[in-house]
Structure formats: C-alpha cells, structure tokens
Ligand binder design. Structure first.
Ligand SMILES: Cc1cc2nc3c(=O)[nH]c(=O)nc-3n(C[C@H](O)[C@H](O)[C@H](O)COP(=O)(O)OP(=O)(O)OC[C@H]3O[C@@H](n4cnc5c(N)ncnc54)[C@H](O)[C@@H]3O)c2cc1C
Length: 333
C-alpha cells in the first residue's frame, strides 16, 4: 500500500455534505480524500438556480455553487478523486468495535484505500417518472423539490405526481403559490398519513386526478407538431386514467414529481445500521451525533436525512460529521 492511498479521513460523496466535511477536516490538518462518485458536486449540479443558499443575494447556479465548493476544497489542499466506492470493511474485523479501527475502502476501479475514519455522504436520488423529455426539463418546469422551486410558480398552474406523505406535503406547500394544483395519483386514495390528507382533501385549489398516470410530457399540440421541447419549457402533459383508459392533456407551468427518493447506501448495507428505507442511522452514540453504528464511520446529508433534503442542511450536517470525525480520531490516540 503506497502512501498516496492512506488517509485520516475518506469522504464518500462530493455533494454539499461531503465537500463541507472535507473543508472542516482539511482545516484540522487531516489528510483527507473526497471520492466524487458518478455525480461530482452532487444533486445540485442538475438544477438551474439555487435561491435559498445563504450568501448569494441574487441566487446562484447549482453547478457554479458546487464547482466553487470543489475549488475551495482543492485550495485547502484536498484531493477529489473521480470514482465510486464499492465496499467498505474494517481492516481487522476481529478487533473490538471500540478499538482504533482502520478501514479498507474498495473502489470500483479495483483500487484499495486505507483510512482511520470514513464519512459517508452519498445522498439520495429523487425517483423520476422515466419519461422522454423529463430530465431535459428539470429546472424548466419540472422539479423534484417543492421547497426549492415552489416560489417560482406564483399564480401558476402546477401538478404534483404521487400519493404519499411527500406528495401531500408538497401539494399543501405549493398551494401557497400556485393558482391551481392537480394532484395526480395512480391509485384511488392517498397513502399519506391521515392528518396530512385532511390538510389537502378539502383545499379548493386542488383537483385530485385519481387512478391517473402521466404518459407523456409536452405531447404534440397538433398533428404537425413533433412534440419537441418547445423552447426547453414544460407546457403540458398527457395523463391516462388507468381504470377507464380515458386520456387528457393538462396545460401546466410546473410539474412536481414526488414519488420518493432512493438513498445511495447499498454499498454499506449489512455494515452500518439503516432504516428500512435505506437511510443510514446516526446519533445513537450521544458523544458523536453523526456517528453510525460502527465507530469511525460517520454519515451526513441526504443519505441520513429523509425529512429536510436541502443543500444547506446537508452542508451543516457535513460540518458536524467533519468535526465528529476529527474529534474521534484525536480520541483514539
Ligand atoms: C433538481 C434538484 C434541485 C434542487 N434544488 C435545491 C435548491 O434549490 N436548494 C436546496 O437547498 N436544495 C435543493 N435540492 C436538494 C439538494 O440538492 C440536496 O439536498 C443536497 O444536494 C444533498 O446533499 P448531499 O451532499 O447529502 O448529497 P448529494 O448532493 O446527493 O451528493 C451525493 C454525492 O455522493 C456521490 N456518490 C453516490 N454514491 C457513491 C459511491 N458509491 N461512491 C462515491 N460517491 C458516491 C454522488 O456522486 C454525489 O457526489 C435540489 C435537488 C434536486 C434533485
């Protein structure tokens, strides 16, 4: 094992949580590596403008924010390595869980790294409908985050797809701005908890489209229209009633997809304690709020948090994990 693959902390993921953890570790003089994953900069890199991250009075492009944060990490002497982690294990699993644990990190390209501590910040991917044009129109009418983008739809017509807690909460939130909201759900009743259902079922701004599924985004407006991206902006969707087969076009300014998130935590399954939904459980050890069930492995951001899912929250959590890891390493000496 060469010196270049041995670290104090390895941070898995390069979104707001991972890069912030890196900033804290580097400023504590720890030899720190960030592994970027397939999406260097994380989820924010696919959005257009971020208006709720403090310090940017006119908002900032999601890509720019994350490229600047990567530059900040590099300016502090940190390395960001392109690649994906496949597996983590304790170097000597027979050691007591509370002993000083060096970890082995196996990369997809076959490389092996050793680190005293690991911070997992692999985020969660929003589930999308998987329809043509959907990805191109994210930030141009299509969104996976009502908290982030709701304000852009004041006095506009929007739809929310989904029937769980997130869809119901998003729908309630969006009616503060939208003039009309369609809630499109493929079943004939919501899965959301009853108190949340009550908040929206009698809301006069909401029209429920039960047993309905989105079949097409920006469908052709006439036989001569090829249904192209129409200046890269959402204008309508085609929905189909899965009971009656009836199809109809809804003219829309915004479409919010709220059908769930998948945490990118498969590679630590069976190693650290997780919720059924795949989020990593932290904070059971009172002394270190971001420590997982394995001492020396910390986790932060959307791979832990299934409630707030905001960049500033992930960054704050990353700062906590960086501080915890530094303190934990210090206490092992
Ligand atoms: C379209 C969109 C718009 C948004 N707009 C806003 C907004 O305006 N304001 C706001 O506050 N929030 C917004 N969010 C939410 C915000 O992006 C997330 O809350 C935040 O990015 C979470 O940060 P994170 O660091 O926890 O994870 P992520 O940003 O998801 O980063 C995860 C990182 O882990 C890496 N990774 C995954 N698996 C592996 C692996 N096995 N090995 C190595 N690396 C791995 C990925 O490549 C990525 O770099 C938006 C989200 C989306 C999808």
């Amino acid at each position: 094992m060469t010196e270049k693959n041995i670290f104090d902390t390895v941070i898995v993921g390069s979104g707001p949580a991972g890069l912030t953890a890196a900033i804290y570790n580097l400023r504590s003089d720890l030899k720190t590596l960030v592994i970027s994953g397939e999406q260097p900069g994380g989820q924010l890199t696919i959005t257009t403008i971020v208006e709720n991250y403090p310090g940017f009075p006119r908002g900032i492009g999601g890509m720019k924010l994350m490229m600047d944060t990567q530059e900040q990490v590099r300016n502090l002497g940190g390395e960001i390595r392109i690649g994906k982690v496949e597996k983590i294990q304790r170097q000597n699993p027979s050691k007591s869980p509370l002993s000083k644990g060096d970890f082995e990190i196996f990369m997809e390209n076959g490389d092996k790294l050793i680190s005293k501590a690991i911070i997992v910040t692999t985020g969660a991917q929003a589930k999308w409908l998987g329809l043509p044009k959907e990805q191109e129109l994210i930030g141009h009418g299509i969104s996976g985050c009502a908290t982030c983008d709701g304000m852009f739809f004041r006095d506009k017509v929007v739809a929310v797809v989904g029937g769980g807690d997130v869809a119901a909460t998003d729908a309630e939130f969006l009616t503060k701005f939208a003039s009309k909201l369609y809630l499109i759900h493929r079943r004939d009743e919501l899965r959301a908890q009853v108190p949340q259902q009550k908040k929206i079922l009698n809301n006069p701004k909401i029209e429920f489209l039960w047993n309905s599924e989105v079949k097409e985004i920006n469908p052709p407006k006439s036989p001569f229209d090829k249904g192209d991206l129409d200046n890269n902006k959402l204008h309508s969707i085609l929905i189909k009633n899965n009971k009656t087969g009836e199809e109809k076009v809804l003219e829309l300014d915004g479409l919010f997809v709220a059908i769930g998130h998948t945490p990118a935590t498969k590679f630590v399954e069976g190693l650290v304690e997780m919720k059924e939904s795949g989020q990593i459980i932290t904070g059971k050890n009172g002394e270190y709020g971001t420590m997982t069930s394995i001492p020396g492995i910390f986790a932060a951001g959307d791979c832990v948090d299934d409630v707030y899912r905001q960049a500033i929250v992930a960054a704050g959590d990353g700062a906590r994990a960086g501080l915890d890891a530094e303190r934990w390493i210090g206490n092992q000496k």
